[in-house]
Design a binder for this molecule. Structure first.
Ligand SMILES: N[C@@H](CCC(=O)N[C@@H](CS)C(=O)NCC(=O)O)C(=O)O
Length: 154
């Protein structure tokens, strides 16, 4: 699925069915973005809440640098749907999402519309088991854990 902002050089990933109620996830909290157009707070709010996913640099097929790491995570591999947005060709969106989340880098991951963090945080959450737990809350099961259970039961 392509986004409405141009060619897909960045991806806003939908991590699972949205559920109501917020989630108490870590992150610096949302504050108003000052840039206009595609970088405006209103636009970013709609974008994040509509897709509730993550912002990558690079295409979904060829994520650039650190953006590749969350995609490589086995739990994150359960992503079923995404919209792609071009932050590399859209300086307003690129700066706007950083202002919006008060986070200086991309990739940025949102779960259920709430900012979680970048690559390092996602990796840490995967390693300590928090990511699987948070994804479970969204109705996304870990393929890795399912495989392990299958093997254990044999
Ligand atoms: N350690 C960071 C890696 C992300 C990072 O350093 N991203 C850089 C480029 S790969 C970035 O977004 N720089 C600002 C920009 O490109 O606008 C993380 O945990 O996400």
């Amino acid at each position: 699925m392509s986004g409405t902002l141009g060619r897909p050089a960045a991806a806003l990933l939908r991590w699972g069915a949205r559920r109501g109620g917020g989630g108490g996830l870590r992150g610096p909290g949302v504050r108003a973005a000052s840039s206009g157009g595609s970088g405006s707070a209103e636009h970013l709010d709609a974008l994040v809440r509509r897709t509730g996913g993550g912002l990558l640099k690079g295409t979904p097929e060829q994520p650039s640098a650190a953006s590749a790491t969350p995609r490589a995570d086995p739990a994150a591999a359960r992503v079923r749907d995404y919209a792609a947005y071009n932050v590399l060709d859209d300086p307003q969106l690129r700066q706007g999402i950083k202002d919006y989340s008060n986070w200086p880098t991309i990739p940025q991951v949102y779960l259920n519309g709430e900012f979680v963090g970048g690559c390092d945080i996602l990796l840490q959450m995967h390693q300590n088991g928090d990511l699987v737990e948070e994804l479970k809350k969204l109705g996304i099961r870990s393929a890795l854990l399912d495989e392990k259970k299958d093997q254990d039961s044999k």
